[in-house]
Write a protein that binds this ligand. Sequence first.
Ligand SMILES: NC(=O)c1ccc[n+]([C@@H]2O[C@H](COP(=O)([O-])OP(=O)(O)OC[C@H]3O[C@@H](n4cnc5c(N)ncnc54)[C@H](O)[C@@H]3O)[C@@H](O)[C@H]2O)c1
Ligand SMILES: [Fe+2]
Length: 414
Amino acid sequence: MRFIQRLIQNLPLNLAKEPTMLPSYYEYYNPVKIISGNKALDNLPYELSQLNAQKPLIITDKGVVKAGLMRHVTVAFDAANMDVGAIYDEVPPDSSNQVVNQIADVFRHNDCDAIVAVGGGSPIDTAKAVNIVVTENADDLLAFEGADRLKTPQKPFIVIPTTAGTGSEVTLAAVIKNTEKKIKMTFSSPLLLPKVAIIDPRMTLTMPPHITAATGMDALTHAMEGYTCLQKNPLSDAHAYAGIKLIRTFLIRAVKDGKDAEARVGMANAATMAGAAFSNSMVGMIHSLGHATGAVCSVPHGVAMSIFLPFGLEYNLEKTENAVAELLLPFGGEEEYAKTAASKRARRTIALVREFQQTLKDLCGLPMTLEQAGVPKDKLEDIAKAAINDGTLVYNPVEMDLNDALGVLNAAYQ
Ligand SMILES: NC(=O)c1ccc[n+]([C@@H]2O[C@H](COP(=O)([O-])OP(=O)(O)OC[C@H]3O[C@@H](n4cnc5c(N)ncnc54)[C@H](O)[C@@H]3O)[C@@H](O)[C@H]2O)c1
Ligand SMILES: [Fe+2]
């Protein structure tokens, strides 16, 4: 039974009290087939045929098209003599329920039978939401907001990520903006998980440095926040831990040299691992604040994550000190871990996150404060109000009320 239901029904959660203790109850689920490597994308038509799909709708955005990435997709279809049902290439950043409903019409008018997302989190989450609408044969996405509202197996769905950040290719969640209410809605269900994720390094080589940095910090947040959130378990920890090690090794390299294919595939795998981790452990207040900042002020998700990560780790420290101390090993390396006294390791991890941020700011201008990200100070109250109603807060180890949310936002402002 899923954690959230146990919470609602007041059943024991049996969480581990210390990070080294195993929880006496946990669930871990990730059935996504992962194909990673050079020219992995060439397998797309075969994977679709294995799912009995003949007319896929491809969902992408203008940035991906402009970067020339659709060429690799077309070549793969041509080589396999397979037709594409339709292409929708106008997904906006943080797309909305209106966009989703519109794309569902494109799917129906072209008699499509499968969905392929090519892009970052925006096209991937949009595709997940389109799949809900077409599978449920609904007019509007809004009816399905929340956790575990879906009962019907979704249409065949394959994801080709072109950013290395959200991990949405292996998560059970979709985040879609509600433009009227100025909030980001979360849709979560194991049925939203794609059937296949294809990680091809050619697809991330074109990401500019600031998007590489921001999306990479989203992945780091998934791993670190996932390692400390209420639903953490040994399997999510293993993925988070391995993801952090890869991010430490490869993110700065990928920002410095976008054509470094080893760093790109390392980051893409890191993002996928961090996604697998947090899809099970879930994420907490860093994401609550990030979703709210994105919805109220359109700050890109990865930028918001990067700004809030050290503040969120600090805020939760009373409950998570041991776990954050453990992260010094993958994030700081063996020498750093060995030379730091046990009582200082958690603080040192957070200090290293700030040093990492500073390096990224120096390399590509990644904002370190809300002010640098262009957030007007008079919007902090609206952001705080949206944050405390965000679904991710349920999984945060420490309760965050409106005052605390405002406190963190003010601390992150300058
Ligand atoms: N479902 C989840 O589990 C989950 C997790 C985290 C974030 N999200 C959501 O994901 C969205 C953000 O996704 P994102 O950070 O991947 O950004 P994005 O998809 O919005 O892409 C950012 C920009 O980068 C461009 N781009 C993407 N790949 C490129 C490439 N290879 N070369 C050149 N340009 C490229 C895009 O065109 C776009 O302009 C947000 O809506 C966020 O809420 C979802
Ligand atoms: Fe995220």
